[in-house]
Design a protein around this ligand. Structure first.
Ligand code: SAH
Length: 351
């Protein structure tokens, strides 16, 4: 019998399994707290559990750790990028960033991505599989252990499309915020999506308090479809309708991500179109200098991201320029994993 991945279980699920095995219900809470509060990932170290039960736990459950394959620390700022190896030899990337208010962590939700955005390194390495709830969660727990830092913000902006792995992402959110466990407020979580419209409606109904970030990157349908294939399924109009619903239902402001790319979406006309599109919405625009991806020729607009921001500002749109963190350590998402995949194809990873 395959062992159960205990870190993907809710407290209620753990209670059910343990009581089926004839154990007392309160044991589940004890174990849940060892895992999610004390972050002890070895049943034999759970000292208030009898040796007999610990043996039983070892027989039924597994605790899936992530192995730190590579750690890259920026020399410019305190950004640290981790390449984690999963139990099945796949890789994911996690980035720890320091802001003046504390540490924020960027986690991956899939091994690879299906969405095929032209400017994104994750699309180049292709899609392999969804991450389980525990594989998303453990990026945080392992990184806290490895860095000695407590994370105060979580962004689902690493490799993968979170709303394409909806159920596992929702389970992850409920695990990380469980009052009996890690008790992390979802108000400090941002979820970034390329725009899977039906899932945005579903997420709105949860009223979880998280911030929705939408990767817009272009204000007209032809241009957006060219760089983001998802736009052929869900047009800008449908996407913005879903965003308006999200804002109305949750009372939360939506963030739009916009990488300013030379010759693609950076002209004055593009800024004006964007301003017209978003006028009157409770939103914020986050302008991103485009990260260089080796295989692609995209460049940040020469005229500058701040000129684009100012033009939006003059048209009443609240825009900020995202600080570039870890620019010396290949922080563009998907680049480390892609290199690891290529190296193992060429006869073994060399880290
Ligand atoms: N799939 C999700 C989350 C992962 S990508 C999404 O699309 O939002 C996280 C963010 O980085 C997105 O806004 C994405 O568009 C952006 N991004 C990807 N590659 C980039 C690059 N080379 N330069 C700048 N931003 C990039």
């Amino acid at each position: 019998m395959e062992k159960i991945d205990i870190l993907s279980l809710s407290l209620a699920e753990l209670e059910n399994i343990l009581t089926e095995y004839g154990e007392k219900k309160f044991r589940a809470k004890q174990i849940f707290q060892w895992l999610h509060v004390k972050k002890v990932f070895d049943f034999d170290k759970m000292t208030d559990i009898s040796a007999q039960l610990r043996e039983r736990l070892n027989g039924i459950f597994c605790i899936k750790r992530l192995f730190m394959q590579k750690r890259l620390a920026s020399c410019i700022d305190n950004t640290v990028k981790y390449l984690y190896r999963l139990p099945d030899e796949n890789f994911v990337e996690t980035v720890l960033m320091q802001y003046n208010y504390g540490y924020s962590i960027c986690v991956s939700t899939q091994v690879g991505c299906k969405m095929g955005c032209k400017f994104c390194a994750s699309a180049i390495a292709g899609f392999v599989r969804n991450l389980s709830p525990s594989e998303i969660l453990m990026q945080i727990y392992e990184t806290e252990k490895n860095s000695g830092m407590k994370v105060s913000g979580v962004v689902l902006m690493g490799i993968g499309e979170p709303l394409d792995n909806y159920d596992n992402v929702i389970k992850f959110l409920s695990l990380i915020s469980d009052k009996n466990g890690n008790n992390f407020s979802l108000r400090h979580v941002s979820l970034s999506t390329c725009g899977i419209v039906p899932r945005i409606y579903q997420l709105a109904e949860m009223k979880s308090g998280l911030t929705l970030s939408v990767s817009l990157h272009c204000a007209d349908n032809n241009g957006r479809s060219e760089i983001m294939p998802i736009n052929k399924t869900y047009s800008i109009e449908k996407l913005l309708e879903a965003c308006r619903y999200y804002i109305k239902t949750t009372g939360r402001r939506v963030t739009f991500e916009y990488a300013v790319i030379d010759n693609v979406n950076s002209s004055d006309g593009d800024a004006d179109k964007l301003a017209d599109l978003l006028r009157g919405m409770n939103c914020h625009v986050n302008l991103i200098p485009v990260n260089k991806v080796r295989e692609r020729n995209y460049r940040t607009a020469k005229a500058g991201v701040s000129a684009f921001a100012e033009r939006l500002g003059r048209r009443g749109i609240n825009a900020t320029v995202r600080r570039t963190l870890g620019s010396d350590i290949e922080a563009a998402c998907g680049q480390l994993r892609r290199d690891a995949v290529e190296q193992s194809k060429n006869g073994g990873a060399d880290f």
